[in-house]
Design a protein. Sequence first.
Length: 619
Amino acid sequence: MKMFKWITLNNWPIRYKLIMHFLLISILPAICLGILIALATDRIIEKQVNEHTSQLIGNVNKSLEAYAGNLQNITYFTSFNPQVRRFLSGEPAMQASETYDMRIFLQGFTTLYSEVAGILVVNAKGDYLSNEMYARTTRSLTEESWYKEAVDQKGIFSIVGHPSGRNVTTHVDYKDEDIVSVVRAILDPETQAVKGVILIDLKLRVIAETVQDVSLGKSGYLMVIDNKGESIYTPEHPLVSKFQRNWIDENPAGTFSKTIDGTYMQFIYRKSAFTNWTTVGVFSTQETVREVREIRLYLIMFVFVVCLLGIAASYYLSYTISLPIWQLTSFMRRAEDGNLSIRFKDERTDEVGMLGRSFNTMLMQITKLIGLVEKEQRQKREAELRSLQAQIKPHFLYNTLDTILWLARKSGAHEVTEVVDSLSRLFRIGLSKGNEVITLMEEFEHVKSYLIIQKTRYKEKLNYSIVIDPSLHQLYVLKLILQPIVENAIYHGIKERRGPGNIDINARNEIEKVVITISDNGAGMSEEKLERLRRTLEAAASKSNPAASEYKQDAPPAGQESSFILTNPPSGEGYGLTNVHERIVISFGEAYGVSIESKKGVGTTVTITHPVLKREVSV
């Protein structure tokens, strides 16, 4: 668990985060790029080598096909010669001059085409005619395998390959591996009967010159095999001593790999449709690996340099960014320890500089606020002293009232006793030991004492009823919120009415709210006056804190609240109502307060919405 917490990125210092960030955006892309380039290089080099080798093999095949095409043309040209046609037709023996002319004719081909080692024309009787070639024995040449193969091909040009054990030789005495033979049967156009066969020997030197000029790397080479898998040309010291024909499938071209004597070899082949020869490129993959290794070396050097520069740059940048933050953090810690005189001194214009200047401004504001708090505390202590002094008079007053109450009872003045007792309770609850919150029951006792006093004055003109839900007795409310409203109801409602009037006070619980209604059947008020009073209540609710502070400062000292509320000051009608509404809104918010409904000649209903307070709170 601790290890997991250490790994959490949010717990890392900002310097390490910056280093990790710079490394990720510099080194990681370089490594990924190097790997991608290495993989792509392997494929590209292999593809280019294969394509290049295939093109070389194609060019070699074209050259070999060109040579074979020349030999095929020679057979056609020879068969069209009139004297050769007469010879092939088996007519009576030709004269010596005609034989000489035909040999000169055939010799012209060997002179014109240096790759031709010799030409031999054999008719169906076994007689032959040549410039360089002759039979070894008296055995008929029609019994030779090359002759029979030409007859089987029925006039189609065919490459026999290296001669082996044939009854034909030349004056130069070429070895079998030095020449390649081609044959074509001459047919009668009408009967398609074989009239003879033309045999041409091609010097292998020409093929060797064409193939050996092509090099595949340092040790790679090309080799040529026939359709039977026999070698037509193989260079000296080949990498593969014996090429297997079954290595090549039926496709005319392709590539494959083999491990031969511990060396991984690559083979690329292409077959010529004209000669039926297959040219095979053989090379070791180690040669291409050397080039790839060289490229990889450059890539590794590049990635190493990038990583080295990235690490150095990341450490430097993280240091330059984290250092001022660390310095600012140290200043904040010193400020936490109580040193508010320090200042962040830096001329930076970036975010850190802005944060430092804001930090300095915050310290100045804190210092200023601390001075204001000290000043307010000093003023508060002075006010408390004045309040303590002012409480002497109210206490002396209701102590005196207790004395008058005792004397009235002793004299039997019951009405005076009731009024004095109510006035005494009125003062005691109004003082409430300086508390701003009292129980709802105490608030109702307070307004009841006020009504008793007013009842003594107005007699039968004033009647009242008080109904409170028993479950609300021990809930707490702001003190002195009923008496100002009841006072308004008497002086602006009941007093202006002809005949007796009623005031009904009711308290109930509605969805975690204490709802108190004060209804009278007095004179009521007009719509204009009601709307004006409602706007006054809205204005009071929207007062700012300075206004609220002004209200609190204007309030009389502790112990004189009752005199402040009992007297309706000359600031206009509805002052007591507005005062109650403003106190509730400031203490508990705009969801609570006072609302009013009135109709002229019918009466007025004031509703107080107060939060449910199950314990005494400080407001």
